[in-house]
Each structure stands twice: as structure tokens, then as C-alpha cells.
Design a binder for this molecule. Structure first.
Ligand code: KIV
Ligand code: ZN
Length: 391
């Protein structure tokens, strides 16, 4: 079955970099941008050029460096921002300006002390102005998650008339439920005249842990771009995690959706971004966490040793992890101990295994995890005559 392509818009270097303490220098950003291109993303949001000379330089250097990816710069719906972004993007093979304004009742009233008509006017002016510099203009309706659908549809329709290419519907505060976010995208698809002329984009934050679910609900309902970051980094609880949405689509072919991401690079890319930003990945993080393919309870270990798929829905090799790991703890059973002892070089008979297992339990009770070198100690303490058959 042929699949519909979902574009991956990576914002690790813009929204992701807004994490306190994670500011990157241009050199570091260039290394990450090169890796993102290799990974197969469609768009790199390289920064917010007007925000600082450093951001301007990074966007400009990334624009010169990457060849096959659209490079995008963020702006507010402000002329100066748009001019500066256009200047930073002038060497890009495929430049995109990403402009926008808050559209929810709360943004209109408190942030702008304005009204709906004036917001539409500013949005239209911003897109028209950006179009004088580049063909590809994306508009974000900030806080679209809490914007009423009718107003959102009106603004989208006006922007399509002036040539917007991508309509970004951000759940800026991570408030929506997946059904609500999906319904919002569906509403726009069904109620905005000319909607087929623009791509709808999901930009979901993770304040309620729903960013991945919401982005998937968005594409199931017709959006064709997901904005996301490596490891899901970003302000507060973060953005949608790139590796998660990519693997949801891969593991569920019945969705009929896919991306161009080379999933075998996911683990390495996660590690690289985490090390460069000094931002640790939680061990239980889906797809790329240290424990994502680690099994520690006896029942699970026995199942995985017999057949990996008993407790794994992804082949670790598909995301660049060499193999599943069997972690030895006091909850491990004989099967796991025999398996790991064999990897270290011991072929234990059933009688030997029974004896070694008793010694192992005593040892494991006093340690969080039993390592390979501990297996030598445990076997020597049980029966010094047991020798390795392989080094
Ligand atoms: O979350 C958000 O609304 C944003 C926009 C600036 C795109 O990051
Ligand atoms: Zn955001």
C-alpha cells in the first residue's frame, strides 16, 4: 500500500534550544543541522534571526551549509523581524519564513490588547510581506489549541488568499486532548475554502504528556507536517518528540502515513543532541531512552530470550540500538543468568546453574545491577572449577 508522506519539520535548534541552560553556539548548531539533514528531516527551523546576532549568524550559516532541506527562520508578525529573517536566509537553497501571531481570546486580549479583525489584518500583512522575500511562507496561529475553530478557519482562509504555503496550528500550551486536536484539524480541512493549497502542520507541546498523541491525531485527520524536536526537548515539558512520531507511523502501517527519516540514525542522533546540549535523556524515554530495550524482570527476560517480539514491538536495530539488553537484577531468573553468563563465556550445566543462581541472588540483593565482571566473581565464589569455554 502506498503511503502518504508526512513532512518532518525539526525545531530542535529553535523551540528545542529554548530550554534554559541549553543555548548552543553556531559551531554546535552546524554539526546538529548536518546530522538532521542526514537523518532525513524535510525542514530545519534554524532559529529566530531577529532575537540576537548569534541566532542570525546560526541561521545564515545553516542556510549556506545544508543542501537538500528547507531552512526556516522564525519571526513575529513584525516587518523588521521578517526583513532580518529574509536576510539571514538569503543563501538558503530552500528558504522558508515562519511568521505568526497569537489567535486565542487570551492572546488577543492580554498580549495584544487587540481584537479579532485587527489580528487578521496583521496576519495577512505579515504573510504578504514575507512573500515579497520568499515563496515559501508558513504562518503560526499561536495558541491555536485554545483558539475557537471558527475564528481559526477565518484567519486560515484569509491567509490562503495571499499565498501562505503552510498553516501551523500550534497547541502552544499543550492543553488539547487528542480528539480535540484531531477534530480541530478536521474542522479546518472541511471548512476552510482553498485548504488544499496549503499544508496543515501540527506543533504540539507536551504539558500534559500528549504531544505525540496530538500530533498523530493531527496527521490522521489530514495534517501533513509535524513540528518536533530530537528527544522532545523544548520549553517547559517540551515539544513533540521526533523519534516517537516517526516510529508510531512506521510501526502502524495501517495509518498509511510515513516520513523520509532514516530511523537507524535515531539513537545516535538522540545521543549527539543530548551530549551537545548537556541535557540528559530520561532512561525510560520511548525509543531512545537507555531502558527502552532493556529487560530486567525474570518473566520478561525469559520471554525475550525465547522470542524478542514477546516483549518488544520495535526491532532495536531499526532505531540504531545494537541489541536488546538483559539487565541482571535480583528480579532476574535463571534464563537471564544463563544467557548473560554465556555471553561472558560460561556454558553452565543445569546443576551448575542452580548453584550459581543461589550465589547470584545473594549478590544481586546487595547491588542495583549485576555486571559482566560480577558474573566472574559470582561463579568463582560458587565453584572455582567452573572455567570459561570462550574468552
Ligand atoms: O508553540 C508555539 O506556538 C510556537 C510558535 C512560535 C510556532 O513555538
Ligand atoms: Zn512551540
Amino acid at each position: 500500500m502506498s503511503k502518504d508522506k508526512v513532512q518532518i519539520f525539526d525545531t530542535t535548534l529553535r523551540d528545542g534550544e529554548q530550554v534554559p541552560g541549553c543555548k548552543l553556539g553556531t559551531e554546535q548548531k552546524l554539526i546538529i543541522a548536518e546530522r538532521l539533514e542526514l537523518l532525513g528531516v524535510d525542514v530545519i527551523e534554524a532559529g529566530f534571526p531577529v532575537s540576537s546576532p548569534g541566532d542570525f549568524k546560526s541561521v545564515s550559516e545553516i542556510a549556506k551549509l545544508v543542501k537538500n532541506v528547507t531552512v526556516c527562520g522564525l519571526t513575529r508578525a513584525v516587518k523588521k523581524d521578517i526583513e532580518v529573517a529574509a536576510e539571514a536566509l538569503k543563501y538558503a537553497k530552500r528558504p522558508r519564513i515562519h511568521t505568526g501571531i497569537g489567535t486565542s481570546a487570551s492572546h488577543i486580549k492580554y498580549k495584544f490588547n487587540s481584537n479579532k479583525e485587527a489580528i487578521i489584518e496583521r496576519a495577512v500583512e505579515a504573510v504578504k510581506y514575507a512573500k515579497t522575500f520568499v515563496e515559501d511562507v508558513e504562518f503560526y496561529a499561536e495558541d491555536a489549541g485554545r483558539t475557537d475553530n471558527e475564528f481559526l478557519a477565518r484567519i486560515c482562509e484569509e491567509l490562503i488568499k495571499v499565498g501562505v504555503t503552510v498553516l501551523n496550528i500550534p497547541d502552544t500550551t499543550g492543553y488539547c486532548l487528542p480528539e480535540q486536536y484531531g477534530a480541530k484539524i478536521k474542522y479546518l480541512r472541511e471548512n476552510v475554502k482553498g485548504i488544499h493549497k496549503a499544508t496543515l502542520s501540527c506543533h504540539c507541546h507536551n504539558d500534559l504528556g500528549l504531544a505525540t498523541a496530538n500530533s498523530i491525531a493531527g496527521v490522521v485527520n489530514g495534517a501533513r507536517q509535524i513540528e518536533c524536536t530530537i528527544n522532545g526537548i523544548g520549553e517547559r515539558a517540551g515539544n513533540t518528540s521526533l523519534e516517537e512520531v516517526v516510529m508510531v507511523m512506521r510501526q502502524h502501517p495501517t495509518l498509511g502515513l510515513d516520513t523520509d527519516i532514516n530511523s537507524k540514525l535515531l539513537f545516535d542522533t538522540s545521543k549527539m543532541v543530548s551530549e551537545t546540549m548537556g541535557m540528559m535523556v530520561q532512561p525510560n524515554k520511548a525509543i531512545v531512552g537507555a531502558n527502552a530495550f532493556a529487560h530486567s524482570s525474570g518473566i520478561h527476560q525469559d520471554g525475550v530470550i525465547k522470542n524478542r517480539e514477546t516483549y518488544e514491538i520495535i526491532d532495536p536495530a531499526d532505531v540504531g540500538v545494537t541489541e536488546s539488553s538483559i539487565v541482571l537484577t535480583a528480579r532476574s531468573g535463571r534464563a537471564a543468568l544463563a544467557y548473560r553468563a554465556k555471553l561472558v563465556g560460561y556454558e553452565l550445566t543445569k546443576i551448575q546453574l542452580d548453584a550459581v543462581y543461589q550465589e547470584f541472588l545473594k549478590f544481586a540483593d546487595s547491588k542495583k545491577e549485576v555486571l559482566d565482571k560480577d558474573i566472574d566473581t559470582i561463579i568463582a565464589a560458587t565453584d572455582p572449577t567452573i572455567q570459561k569455554v570462550a574468552p
